[in-house]
Design a protein around this ligand. Structure first.
Ligand code: F6P
Length: 352
């Protein structure tokens, strides 16, 4: 078989580990692999941009952050209805030109929605879920999430010692878009005192009361983790313009610092963690998860089980059909999730 791979959407740690697993297990079983450059963009151009992937290209990439194939999160090239049909046609023609028997699409929610569209149009596709946000449907974990959580965990620990020395409130704004997985899991692991997630609109007066209670217990500092998509009761999430004029989530940390300072009188500082969460070497768990996803993707490809989306459910990697899944919808934390209960039982304040 000739197996194609592409990585789409924002990068994350573990993409290269998945690429390595796909290439190594394909070559071991006598198959050929090519990598499409820069997400699906490489298949939309004439001539298509790709590279043949041999063992020596992937031998040492398990531990490397980013993606050797490049990626793109600048939007959905198939979203314009006046160009969609032509672009789907070009993609299918290019896949044929390259002799692809299957395309393994490693991507987030936007990329998986495109993969489902191309699958419906007749492209043999297998999807592998990745994103630090962990907001994809049907899967317990996505590639990249564990690494981001670990970076947040370390950052909370580092902020704790300086917060304690100065009797300050330290606010850490983390990524995650409309889902609070990174904030909740990273905050829990690092020992944050307040965690604010998009799923629960916060009330500043209640956070201030919780910080006050800590003072009454003799602890004069607090570390607050706030997800970029979190907002106060009745308010909307904060957006700002990036230098390239893209609307991006951000700013809630600084706003919260002002209101919390006013409510508590305490010195308050803000750290915006940003793309540090997306960079660097993957965690051990992400390396293993990416390897398992990669191997399973090849297994399903060889069975010709196309139109398939892989998911981690419990301890197993399962192959689901794109049909019946709502690709493009972002998963949020259920308020019944026991991470929420556990956090509150140990006195972590969730802003409500
Ligand atoms: O989806 C991953 C993510 O890192 C989000 O957590 C964040 O909001 C967004 O991408 C940032 O996008 P960009 O890299 O375009 O700034």
């Amino acid at each position: 078989m000739k197996i194609g791979i592409c990585t789409g959407g924002g990068d994350c740690p573990g993409l290269n580990a998945a690429i390595k697993a796909i290439v190594a297990s394909s070559i071991q079983q006598g198959h050929e692999v090519i990598g499409i450059r820069d997400s699906l963009t490489g298949l939309l151009e004439s001539p298509p941009r790709y590279q043949t992937l041999l063992w020596n290209h992937v031998d040492d990439i398990l531990t490397r952050g980013g993606t050797i194939l490049g990626t793109d999160n600048s939007g959905n090239p198939y979203s314009d209805p006046t160009k969609r049909d032509q672009r789907i046609k070009t993609t299918l023609e290019n896949a044929k030109l390259l002799g692809l028997d299957v395309l393994i699409v490693i991507g987030g929610e936007g990329t998986q929605a495109i993969a489902a569209l191309l699958s419906d149009a007749g492209l043999p596709v297998i999807g592998v879920p990745k994103t630090i946000d962990n907001d994809l449907p049907a899967t317990d974990k996505t590639i990249g999430f564990d690494s981001a959580v670990d970076i947040v965990r370390e950052s909370v620990e580092r902020l704790q010692s300086t917060a304690e020395s100065h009797d300050r409130i330290m606010i850490l704004e983390v990524m995650g878009r409309d889902s609070g997985y990174i904030a909740l899991h990273g905050g829990l692991a690092g020992g944050a005192n307040v965690i604010l997630i998009p799923e629960i609109q916060f009330e500043v007066s209640k956070i201030a009361a919780a910080i006050d209670l800590r003072k009454k217990r003799g602890i004069h500092y607090s570390v607050v983790v706030v997800a970029e998509g979190a907002c106060g009761k009745g308010e909307s999430p904060f957006y700002m313009k990036s230098a390239d004029q893209k609307e991006v989530l951000g700013g809630v940390g600084n706003q919260l610092a002002k209101t919390l300072h006013k409510a508590t009188g305490m010195e308050t500082r803000v750290t915006v963690l940003g793309h540090v969460q997306r960079g660097g070497s993957p965690s051990a768990n992400d390396r293993i998860l990416a390897t398992r996803f990669g191997v399973k993707a090849v297994e399903e490809a060889l069975k010709q089980n196309f139109g398939t989306y892989l998911a981690l459910q419990g301890s197993s990697i399962v192959a689901l059909s794109y049909k019946g899944l709502k690709m493009g919808e972002r998963k949020q934390i259920s308020l019944q999730d026991d991470h929420i209960t556990s956090a509150e039982r140990i006195g972590i304040h969730l802003g409500r």
